[in-house]
Ligand binder design. Structure first.
Ligand code: ADE
Length: 298
C-alpha cells in the first residue's frame, strides 16, 4: 500500500450502547466509507439495513461485517436489500422492507453514489443524467421515502455523504454539481421537516480518506501520495474519521445542529493559499481509538 495508514480500529469513541435498539438504513453500506459507518453503528447497538444496487458487493460486504461482528462478540442485527436508489419503486420497497423487518427507522445515511472521470466536453447526456440521478435524485428519493414512510410521524436523523467539491470538481463536473445540489437540499429539507423532529446534515469527506474501495476506484494507489501533499495534516484519513462524525450527527450530542455540512478533510478544502507552504510535520496524530477487535477490511 502507498503511504496510507491502514486502520485497525473496530470500535468507537462513543459508548457502546449509544444506539441500542435504534434502526438505520445505510446506502452503499457494504464497501468503503459506508462499510465503516455500518460497523460503527452496529458496534453502538444500532440495527442496520444496508442497501446497494450491486447485490454481489452487498453480500460480500455483509459477510465481512458479520464475521467482524462475530469476532468482536457484538450482535446488533444486519440486513441487506438490493436497491437502485434512482428508482422510486425500489426505494419504496426498501422502506417497506426495513419497517417490516425492524418496525422503525431512526436513521438514514445516504452514502451510496457514483461517478466516472471525464472532461466536461466529453460527457454524454446519458452519463451526465446517470450521475445526477444517482447522487442527487437518489439522495432526494431516499430522504423523501424515509420521511413519508416513518420520519414524518416519528422524527429521525439523516446524514448525507458528499465529496470535496467546494472549489469545483474538474474532470468530475457531473458529481460536483450533483453533490453541491445535495448540500443545498440538506438545508431545504432541514427547514421543511424540522417541525416533525427530523434533523438532516451532511458530511463532506476529503479525497484523502483511504479505503480499499477508493484505492480500487482510483486504480493507482500512488495517487494517495499525491493527495497527501495537499492535506495540511500531511497524512491520509481513515473511514473511521468519517464514521465518527456521522455517528455524532445521528446522536443526541448534535441535537442543536441541522442543515449543516461538516467538512471532514483535515483542512484540505481550505488549503489553496500560495503564500503559505505548510512545512512537513506529524503533529496531528493518527486516529488512535483503541480497539478490542482487529479490523482488516475497511
Ligand atoms: N451505489 C452506486 N449507485 C447506486 C444506485 N444507483 N443505487 C444504490 N446504490 C448505489
Amino acid at each position: 500500500m502507498a503511504s496510507a495508514a491502514r486502520s485497525k480500529i473496530a470500535s468507537s469513541v462513543f459508548r457502546k450502547d449509544l444506539f441500542r435498539d435504534k434502526v438505520a438504513i445505510v446506502t452503499g453500506g457494504g464497501t468503503g466509507i459506508g462499510k465503516g459507518i455500518t460497523k460503527e453503528l452496529l458496534y453502538l447497538g444500532c440495527n442496520v439495513m444496508i442497501a446497494s444496487r450491486n447485490p454481489d458487493k452487498l453480500e460480500t460486504g455483509a459477510a465481512d461485517i458479520k464475521a467482524w461482528q462475530k469476532a468482536g462478540n457484538h450482535h446488533a442485527k444486519l440486513e441487506t436489500l438490493p436497491c437502485n436508489i434512482r428508482k422510486e419503486a425500489e426505494v419504496q420497497n426498501l422502506m417497506i422492507n426495513t419497517l417490516d423487518k425492524f418496525g422503525q427507522l431512526d436513521f438514514l445515511v445516504n452514502n451510496g453514489g457514483g461517478q466516472f472521470i471525464s472532461r466536461a466536453e466529453d460527457i454524454k447526456l446519458k452519463g451526465w443524467n446517470a450521475v445526477v440521478e444517482t447522487n442527487l435524485t437518489g439522495t432526494f428519493l431516499m430522504c423523501q421515502g424515509a420521511y413519508r414512510h416513518w420520519m414524518k410521524d416519528h422524527g429521525g436523523a439523516i446524514v448525507n455523504i458528499l465529496v470535496d467539491m467546494w472549489k469545483g470538481f474538474p474532470i468530475m463536473s457531473h458529481t460536483g454539481a450533483a453533490r453541491a445540489g445535495v448540500d443545498n437540499l440538506t438545508k431545504s429539507l432541514a427547514l421543511e421537516w424540522v417541525h416533525n423532529g427530523v434533523r438532516i446534515n451532511s458530511v463532506a469527506p476529503g479525497s484523502s480518506i483511504y479505503s480499499d474501495t477508493a484505492a480500487a476506484n482510483y486504480g493507482d494507489i500512488k495517487i494517495f501520495d499525491t493527495i497527501k501533499e495537499s492535506v495540511p495534516y500531511h497524512r491520509l484519513g481513515t473511514v473511521e474519521e468519517i464514521s465518527s462524525i456521522v455517528c455524532f450527527l445521528l446522536s443526541p450530542g448534535s441535537t442543536f445542529v441541522t442543515g449543516e455540512t461538516v467538512r471532514a478533510d483535515a483542512g484540505q478544502s481550505h488549503y489553496a493559499c500560495p503564500t503559505l507552504k505548510i512545512p512537513a510535520h506529524d503533529k496531528i496524530p493518527p486516529y488512535s481509538w483503541q480497539s478490542d477487535v482487529n479490523d482488516d477490511d475497511s
